[in-house]
Design a protein around this ligand. Structure first.
Ligand code: BTN
Length: 320
């Protein structure tokens, strides 16, 4: 890596090979490995390589510098690589970890999304973070927590100058392109939540050109929206602080006020949407969310309440 820091930044493959005492093929392999670790290295044809991006590594200290929360993020573990930060937090929860314990990873080898999908993100570019909550509420109430996480994400991305909206239940989107996904997993007994793991995957510095082609029209990042690199530690610290405020509101029974705020940011209200739920599919005009977090869907004369499902906007002859 050091060999790439040179003059105007452009270093020929031959020069690198000589400096490192390795073949040019080996140089190319090193460059590929560095790219996989998050370094931005441009190849300029017949001229060489240029280092354009150095990954920022998350640490509890850098996150703490931007965090005003008391409980959430009280203990932060920053991992280089793991299967899924949600799994790490769930294991910690089972062995008694305190509420607010937070885990981030630079790379997930088995990152999960909702509905059994996988969550893929290049190393060192984005925020992959899970937070442990232990709310004393019945299991039926716990899914509402996802809506709070979306609100917290909204605060942070709007502070970064991005005009984002929420797609029910908790995707954060910009012009219908996904910026952030949230996976809330609950371990409960019949009448009591043992713990909740809130997993946040926020596209921060991944470039639009780095998305796989099938995602390019459907995903975005803070960098793609603002044209600048965004400090992930700041995003993480502010996110924990904002989440703690909404979580306190939720514990204090203020959910209707939070639902109202959610409705203000809804990306779907007034649009025709298709919902694939666990038991039924419905198509209708979205009328926002109810004071308990259920999606309200007008289908003809009646308004249906949807508790769980996957939503697609079906306006204008295309689906998103
Ligand atoms: C979705 O949109 O389907 C939810 C994606 C959630 C991804 C995050 S990344 C951190 C945490 N660990 C995981 O395995 N998933 C969540």
């Amino acid at each position: 890596m050091e060999a790439l820091r040179h003059g105007d930044g452009l270093v020929s493959g031959r020069r690198l090979a000589r400096a490192l005492g390795i073949s040019r093929t080996a140089v190319w392999k090193h460059v590929s490995a560095l790219r996989r670790s998050g370094y931005g290295i441009e190849s300029v044809r017949a001229k060489g390589y240029r280092l354009v991006d150095v990954p920022e590594t998350l640490s509890s200290e850098t996150i703490d510098a931007h965090r005003s929360s008391k409980r959430l993020g009280g203990r932060i573990i920053t991992l280089d690589s793991t299967t899924s930060t949600n799994d790490v937090v769930a294991d910690l929860a089972r062995s008694g970890a305190a509420e607010g314990t937070t885990v981030t990873a630079e790379l997930q080898t088995a990152g999960r999304g909702r509905m059994g999908r996988s969550w893929i993100s290049p190393a060192h570019s984005n925020l992959m973070m899970s937070v442990l909550l232990r709310p004393a509420v019945p299991p039926a109430i716990a899914p509402r927590l996802s809506l709070l996480v979306a609100l917290a994400v909204m605060d942070v991305v709007r502070d970064e100058g991005v005009d984002a909206r929420i797609k029910w239940p908790n995707d954060v989107v910009v012009n219908d392109r996904k910026l952030c996904g949230i996976l809330t997993e609950i371990e409960a007994e019949a009448d009591r939540v043992r713990f909740v793991v809130v997993g946040i995957g926020l596209n921060v510095n991944v470039r639009a050109s780095d998305f796989p082609s099938e995602l390019r029209q459907r995903a975005t990042s803070l960098r793609a929206e603002t044209g600048r690199l965004v400090e992930r530690a700041r995003v993480a610290g502010r996110l924990l602080s904002s989440l703690e405020r909404y979580y306190q509101g939720f514990l204090d029974g203020d959910f209707p006020a939070l639902a109202e705020r959610w409705n203000r940011y809804s990306a779907m209200t007034g649009r025709t949407v298709q919902v694939e739920g666990p038991v039924r599919s419905l198509r209708g005009r979205c009328e926002g969310i109810d004071t308990d977090g259920a999606l309200l869907l007008r289908t003809g004369a009646s308004v249906e309440r949807v508790i769980a499902g996957d939503v697609t906007v079906v306006e204008g002859g295309y689906e998103r």
